[in-house]
Write a protein that binds this ligand. Structure first.
Ligand SMILES: Cc1cc2nc3c(=O)[nH]c(=O)nc-3n(C[C@H](O)[C@H](O)[C@H](O)COP(=O)(O)OP(=O)(O)OC[C@H]3O[C@@H](n4cnc5c(N)ncnc54)[C@H](O)[C@@H]3O)c2cc1C
Ligand code: FES
Length: 245
């Protein structure tokens, strides 16, 4: 366990304990170590000779990641198997803060990873949690069973309607749930376009919202400036940003 005596800026080696294919593009990696972290915080994963990239924690104890294969680094990660080693720094950034008794979580693609961590924490505190899992098609819906096991009410939406629901994008499905469920707060992680639309909805419905956003990162600790978003740094001031509603 990494505790207060460990410097989070130093790479810590961990060994892969389990790899599981979750969807055609996403693999779950369970590591042999634990961190003290808040849901929504991220770590920097270093593969020597390849690169170092940010990933949200899906769980901290043990460290668990859900990694979508999109390019060189994530392809290299998908080639790793049980017993292989990787190095990580962190946890970094501002995580989610739990507020309200009835939460709506909206997950787009691998955005389900930090929201599964949040759902586990919220359910552990006895809060009611509804989750919308969104993807382009049914086979890409991520962590639906995980959310059900945690005791969440799970809703899905797909761009093509292959989940037997009318085809629709996440913001439309979220708006339907806002009016039918009337949650106290909205939490979301997903593509930038989805988050922009949800931010507008949160303002329109005067609902507090916390949105986990992405940016290109190098240092992860507020030094290099590569993750600038307006006058803020996503690695230091985010990745979770709060909308007052
Ligand atoms: C705070 C944070 C948390 C993240 N959590 C996860 C996670 O839990 N699971 C996961 O699979 N991925 C996560 N990511 C994204 C992950 O870091 C990138 O997919 C990864 O760095 C891509 O590296 P690559 O070399 O495989 O692909 P690249 O070749 O670098 O990129 C492939 C494609 O993805 C786009 N892309 C890459 N990085 C970003 C970015 N930071 N923002 C926007 N577009 C990008 C590129 O423009 C390109 O189109 C997170 C990113 C951040 C900033
Ligand atoms: S990644 Fe370097 S300042 Fe944010």
């Amino acid at each position: 366990m990494r505790d207060g005596t460990w410097n989070p800026e130093l790479p810590l080696p961990m060994t892969i304990r389990e790899v599981r294919q979750e969807t055609p593009a996403v693999r779950r990696f369970v590591l042999d170590g634990s961190l003290t972290a808040e849901p929504g915080q991220f770590i920097m994963v270093w593969l020597p000779g390849i690169d170092e990239k940010p990933f949200s924690l899906m769980n901290a104890q043990p460290v668990t990641l859900a990694v979508a294969e999109v390019g060189r680094f994530t392809r290299a990660m998908h080639q790793l198997s049980q017993g292989d080693r990787l190095w990580l720094r962190g946890p970094f950034g501002q995580g989610f803060t739990l507020e309200g008794r009835h939460l709506l979580l909206a997950a787009g693609g691998y955005g389900a990873a930090p929201l599964a961590f949040l759902a586990r924490r919220a359910r552990g505190e006895g809060r009611r949690v509804a989750v919308l899992v969104a993807a382009r098609s049914r086979q890409h819906l991520l962590l639906v069973d995980e959310f059900r096991t945690l005791g969440c009410e799970v809703y899905t939406c797909t761009d093509d309607g292959s989940d037997s629901q009318p085809p629709r994008l996440a913001p439309q499905a979220v708006e339907e749930l806002l009016t039918s469920l009337r949650p106290d707060a909205l939490y979301a992680c997903g593509p930038a376009g989805m988050l922009d639309a949800l931010e507008a909805l949160a303002r329109q419905y005067h609902l507090p919202a916390q949105l986990s956003r992405e940016a290109y990162m190098r240092c992860g600790i507020g030094v290099c400036g590569s993750c600038t978003c307006g006058d803020q740094l996503v690695c230091r001031d985010g990745p979770v940003f709060r909308i007052a509603g």
